[in-house]
Design a protein around this ligand. Structure first.
Ligand SMILES: [Zn+2]
Ligand SMILES: [Zn+2]
Length: 176
């Protein structure tokens, strides 16, 4: 009878997944349009939302965050906010130093002109999934989980998860 229950609530697990996917696509399209129309503040705000979704689902250090951070970095470069551009690049580097987008953004930042503009969009700390791939816990409030104090790019719900992920491979990634 469980399928009947699903019917009654109106949403099955798959529907919820599809709904998330759709809203993600919508945000991605919104950000592309904002970039095309050179509305960089809007683009940054939308990209922040996308970054939040990804962080919530896959954790802070997931490779999928790199292209999003790269687009944010590009917006800051266009906008002339060097400080924020450098911050986004730093975060990309902590996740994957060897990503080809890192080289591209580094070059753009070197060549950019610092207009003294400051973006008004605040990039807030987001709720985060535990970085241990074997754990699916998500923070209930921002900053609940603690960062790995060596690399500051992964977050764990517990000491056990940190140890497990360390043994499963973070040892090789950390601080690289
Ligand atoms: Zn965990
Ligand atoms: Zn680490």
């Amino acid at each position: 009878m469980s399928f009947l229950k699903d019917e009654m609530t109106g949403l099955s697990i798959e529907d919820i997944g599809a709904k998330k996917q759709r809203s993600m696509y919508r945000l991605k399209i919104q950000s592309k349009f904002a970039i095309m129309e050179r509305r960089f503040e809007d683009a940054i705000a939308t990209l922040t939302k996308i970054l939040q979704c990804v962080t919530l689902q896959y954790g802070r250090d997931d490779n999928q965050t790199v292209p999003i951070l790269s687009e944010m970095c590009w917006c800051y470069v266009q906008f002339g906010d060097k400080k924020r551009a450098v911050q986004s690049l730093g975060r990309m580097k902590r996740i994957n130093k060897n990503h080809p987008l890192v080289t591209i953004q580094e070059k753009l930042i070197r060549q950019m002109r610092n207009s003294g503009n400051r973006s008004r969009t605040r990039v807030e700390m987001t709720l985060c999934k535990c970085s241990n791939p074997y754990c699916s816990k998500v923070e209930h409030k921002k900053g609940e989980f603690s960062l790995c104090d060596r690399c500051e790019s992964v977050k764990y719900c517990s000491r056990q998860c940190q140890v497990q992920h360390w043994k499963a491979g973070h040892r090789k990634q950390c601080g690289k």
